[in-house]
Design a protein around this ligand. Structure first.
Ligand SMILES: [Zn+2]
Length: 262
């Protein structure tokens, strides 16, 4: 069976500073190259935020966030329907973050993140200042993709619990202890989802077990390109004989379509 594949977790780039591949010096990478690689693997759409690490060159961290969000909108134009942008918010800048939510809503953008606190100089999902920002996101029915920080489990739980109407997609199943943490939260909160990018899916049986806990309705295919090799993730889901085709379909595309109105 041929599956439609939407990669829910990528970090697209058009220039060097937003390319977070660790091996980029050895590969001629640009925006066109990314599309060739991903489409070559059968991926018909990608989602996610533009990121950068060089925080020192900005006067305030929100300047960086704004620049990355602007870049996401530019890439949306460049890629036409291939790229579904995600954008950043920051708890230290509540007013500015709320304006970004309003601006992105006008642009038809529904995805916040992947938000990655350690890259943007913050660390607590339980920060009270996030509450107001996420309330605004709730008014527009947005979806939050967030980087899993196992040490911040209390913060994660608070964020998910305080906003039962918002969907939170945790990025990266992680190794066994982190996976168990995801399972605990998935059992308690229906608005807690998981994307398969990063560490986790190479462990045999992990996906099958995650489906038993989350159900296939709350798991999304993601690769974390260009940090990770998307070929591994396509193979890990498409070729997993433990998983029913109907569950693969949900994970590979139907859930992303439902959440982001694609
Ligand atoms: Zn990521």
């Amino acid at each position: 069976m041929a599956f439609e594949i939407i990669d829910f977790h990528t970090h697209p780039f058009s220039d060097e500073k937003n390319n977070i591949c660790s091996h980029k010096e050895f590969i001629p990478m640009d925006a066109a190259f990314s599309m060739d690689v991903l489409k070559g693997l059968g991926i018909s759409k990608i989602c996610g935020s533009v990121v950068s690490r060089d925080n020192d060159k900005y006067e305030t961290l929100f300047d960086k966030i704004k620049e990355n969000n602007d870049e996401a909108l530019k890439l949306k134009e460049y890629y036409k329907g291939f790229y579904v942008p995600g954008f950043h918010i920051h708890p230290n800048f509540p007013e500015e973050s709320i304006s970004e939510i309003k601006r992105m809503n006008k642009e038809g953008v529904k995805l916040i993140g992947e938000i990655i606190p350690y890259m943007d100089g913050w660390k607590d999902y339980g920060d009270d200042k996030l509450y107001e920002i996420l309330n605004e996101a709730g008014k527009h029915n947005m979806v939050i993709s967030f980087h899993t920080i196992p040490e911040n489990i209390t913060g994660i739980e608070k964020m998910v619990k305080e906003h039962p109407d918002l969907v939170f997609v945790a990025a990266h199943p992680g190794e066994y202890p982190t996976l168990m943490m995801h399972f605990d939260l998935a059992k308690k909160y229906d608005n807690y989802y998981l994307d398969l990018s990063g560490t986790g899916i190479t462990r045999y049986g992990m996906l099958k077990r995650a489906i038993d806990v989350f159900s296939a309705d709350r798991i999304l295919f993601g690769s974390d390109y260009p940090t990770c090799n998307p070929a591994m993730f396509v193979g890990g889901v498409v070729n997993d004989a433990l998983i029913k085709d109907s569950d693969k379909e949900k994970i590979l595309s139907l859930n992303a379509k439902r959440l982001l109105d694609l």
